[in-house]
Design a binder for this molecule. Structure first.
Ligand SMILES: [Zn+2]
Ligand SMILES: [Zn+2]
Length: 450
């Protein structure tokens, strides 16, 4: 079977010592202060604090005292908007945005203009990533030709071209027959199928969660069952075909229950939740600010948010994915009903979740770190690790730093951040991705020169 391909710009391999960092990699069982020695782009050694000799070895010395070093994050669900919507984002700006958020890898969705449906499309994007990406970047292809929902793409050829998986994200697969056939092909050619779960008949013209808030605002709602009934259908089909599915952006309590039941029944199903669904509820929509609060699936109730948190805690939810969805100002600066759906999230995911969930004691830091890099595995990509010998993929974070989102602008070309203007605690200072230094916060002091 073909492999998932990820590409990034070739550059200088990192040779640095992160002096005295608190190293936390729950999967590798590491939780202690170390000098993290990175030589030739790999984790050469986790040495006792202040023991590694930097100057002798010609390594750049970085004072990481008081900072945390985590395995860099991996986002299996971003929209880079290429080809066709480069005014919103492109591979260079989107991957820079990822690096600024502590990510070492991303997978881009295929609902571009035109959609990514042919092997030539995938090859062109991988070549573009090789020329311009700051972090390892992979591309899904659509499940159906041109996302029309009718005919399957040439899945085997797309896999041979390096497609990371398949998704019609942006739209659900309406036809159970099409999904079933796609899963039959997947068993032959590999490539996880990622599903945007929604029943268009139930969603109708809804623009927010259906509940007391939508009633109060007089806005049409999207009921939770639009998502959960489709997940139940698709999990049953995947179970029948013994195939593998990944459910995108879970938003509702009923959906968490549907995935939990499918897992208990032995279905090969994984799923993700997004930072905005874990931090906000439909109460935020009272702002009627589509730039921050209109997305699909919509922000739901507090009970739904609590169910997502419970799903993280008990393992029902495998990973956190941002669904980073840049939009131009003119698509957002219109009445709520007409505005485009989606928010950006790469630069703020860690800080927002640290602020909203870790600091109040709702979840532990280790769980957050684990879930932010777990999104690699459903797509057959090796999870970033700080174990010696690994490629250097490191997010160096200051957990005490406070900052206001957007005050220094964004690396993304778009500014529709769901937490724009919010003060967050915790900030990525530096990111190593694919063995290279992918990002340094401008104000981050580089310590004593070697
Ligand atoms: Zn979606
Ligand atoms: Zn999406």
């Amino acid at each position: 079977m073909s492999e998932t391909r990820l590409e990034m710009r070739a550059g200088e391999s990192a040779d640095v010592v992160l002096r005295g960092a608190t190293v936390l990699d729950p999967v590798a069982g590491i939780d202690a202060p170390h000098d993290v020695v990175v030589r030739d782009g790999r984790i050469a050694e986790l040495a006792a604090p202040a023991s590694a000799s930097a100057s002798a070895d010609g390594l750049e010395e970085i004072d990481a005292t008081g900072l945390h070093a985590f395995p860099a994050f991996f986002d299996p669900h971003v929209h880079l908007r290429v080809p066709g919507q480069e005014h919103k984002e492109d591979i260079e700006t989107g991957s820079r945005s990822a690096a600024a958020g502590g990510y070492c890898g991303v997978l881009a969705m295929a609902n571009t203009a035109p959609p990514v449906s042919t092997p030539a499309d995938v090859e062109a994007l991988l070549a573009d990533a090789r020329a311009s990406a700051s972090v390892r970047t992979g591309f899904l292809a659509t499940v159906t030709a041109a996302m029309q929902g009718e005919e399957l793409t040439e899945m085997a050829s797309l896999r041979d071209a390096g497609a990371a998986g398949f998704s019609d994200d942006g739209l659900p697969l309406r036809s159970a027959r099409i999904l079933r056939r796609a899963l039959q092909y997947q068993r032959l050619c590999g490539g996880t199928i990622a599903l945007h779960e929604e029943d268009p008949e139930l969603s109708g013209a809804g623009v927010m969660h259906e509940g007391p808030v939508s009633a109060a605002l007089g806005l049409e709602g999207v009921p939770s069952i639009s998502e959960s009934t489709t997940i139940a259908r698709d999990a049953a089909i995947a179970g029948y075909e013994q195939a593998r599915i990944h459910v995108q952006h879970l938003s509702a309590a009923e959906s968490v229950e549907a995935v939990r039941a499918a897992k208990a029944a032995g279905v090969r199903i994984t799923c993700e939740a997004s930072p905005h669904h874990l931090c906000l509820t439909d109460e935020a929509v009272r702002s009627l600010d589509p730039r921050r609060h209109k997305m699909n699936p919509p922000l739901r109730s507090e009970a739904d948010r609590q169910a997502l948190i419970a799903g993280l805690l008990d393992g029902t939810i495998d990973c956190i994915a941002t669904d980073h969805a840049p939009h131009a100002a003119e698509e957002k600066e219109v009445p709520f009903e007409q505005a485009a759906m989606g928010v950006t999230g790469l630069e703020t995911a860690f800080a927002a979740l640290h602020t909203h969930l870790v600091l109040p004691g709702t979840i532990e830091l280790g769980l957050l770190v684990e879930k932010l890099s777990a999104g690699a595995e459903p797509f057959g990509v090796e999870r970033p690790s700080l174990a010696p010998g690994s490629e250097a993929n490191v997010a160096l974070c200051d957990l005490a730093a406070t900052w206001t989102v957007g005050e220094d602008g964004y690396e993304s070309r778009s500014s529709n951040s769901w937490c724009a203007g919010e003060q967050l605690t915790g900030r990525v200072q530096m990111t190593l991705a694919g063995g290279q230094i992918a990002y340094r916060l401008r104000s981050f002091s580089m310590g004593v020169a070697a």
